[in-house]
Ligand binder design. Structure first.
Ligand SMILES: [Zn+2]
Ligand SMILES: [Zn+2]
Length: 315
């Protein structure tokens, strides 16, 4: 079968929800095109802006860097966080350096140790049972670290590599956890009070499977193993369930995304119009925007210093 776009090369991949069969070249081009439409239609990025791309060294973030580079017209800089995970993070950082070097993109690298005084390994080594999951703890620190890197790189906007699957999984997770208010903040074009730099998600309309294929066909070197601390629990069941639905009903994830975006848009205007809605206040300790007395980072740091073995021993 020939490629449904160019009709010149054999088809390599069939996009089941649209019925198109594409050759490698047309597939790669279609992903870049789609992201170009997403960033334009959703007003995520403007030409000439300095865009910080949060790059972990996995397939999604390195692909995002390459797609934005290929779209052209942006002043790109990679923002990378070294969480400090012995035997894991170094490989990813090497891939980031290789790809940045190849594309001619500058890299701003920050580490937990430098910003918070401890590595993730140290922070997670508790004497007692930990009541916070490794991912939620790391997430709090990583968001702040990206903000710091963005400030150093003087970017106008930060782009993160969350794809369509990530978005619909998070939507479902919020429903399953009863965190309905959080749905108001799932806007892929960013916004919201108290956020130092706007964050956008240019891969919101691209299936995870297609990002992976894009990375493979573009010969992007990336770290294939996941973080040793990753513990997904319910999320991986939600992922499997959505993938099973998609296999039986191609396109169902696209429909769920568009429903999720509508819910978020209605909820966020309700939050904006609510006169009782509380805005951000400065954190009592570090002065960064916070929803209450201490910000998430300062609260989490306090917990770490009280419980982590090495750090507690150091006093
Ligand atoms: Zn083709
Ligand atoms: Zn604080």
């Amino acid at each position: 079968m020939d490629c449904s776009r160019c009709r010149a090369h054999p088809a390599y991949y069939t996009r089941r929800y649209s019925g198109e069969s594409l050759c490698p070249g047309c597939f790669v081009g279609s992903v870049v095109e789609k992201v170009g439409r997403t960033v334009a239609d959703r007003r995520m990025l403007r030409r000439g802006q300095r865009v910080g791309v949060a790059v972990s060294g996995g397939k999604d973030s390195l692909s995002l860097l390459k797609v934005l580079h290929d779209l052209g017209g942006y002043d790109l800089v990679a923002l990378t966080v070294d969480e400090g995970v012995e035997g894991y993070r170094d490989e990813a950082i090497e891939h980031v350096k290789t790809v940045c070097g190849g594309l001619g993109v500058d890299l701003v690298l920050v580490s937990y140790r430098e910003l918070f005084g401890f590595s993730l390994d140290q922070a997670l080594d508790w004497e007692d049972e930990r009541e916070v999951s490794s991912c939620s703890m790391c997430g709090v620190f990583r968001r702040r670290a990206i903000d710091e890197a963005a400030a150093r790189a003087k970017v106008d906007v930060v782009a993160t590599a969350h794809n369509l699957d990530d978005h619909v999984q998070t939507f479902m997770m919020n429903l399953l956890h009863g965190d309905v208010d959080r749905l108001a903040w799932l806007d892929p074009s960013g916004g919201g009070d108290g956020i130092p730099v706007r964050r956008v998600k240019p891969f919101t309309e691209v299936y995870e499977e297609e990002v992976a294929l894009y990375a493979l066909l573009s010969k992007i070197p990336f770290q294939g193993t996941s973080c040793p601390y990753m513990h997904e629990g319910l999320r991986s069941e939600v992922r499997d369930y959505l993938n099973e639905l998609e296999a039986r009903h191609p396109g169902v994830k696209n429909v769920l995304l568009s429903s999720a975006l509508k819910v978020t848009s209605r909820m966020s205007s309700a939050v904006r119009d609510d006169p009782a809605g509380k805005g951000a206040v400065p954190c009592e300790k570090c002065g960064k925007p916070s929803s209450r007395g201490l910000c998430g980072v300062c609260r989490m740091t306090q917990l770490v210093l009280e419980h982590a073995k090495v750090l507690k021993a150091q006093g």
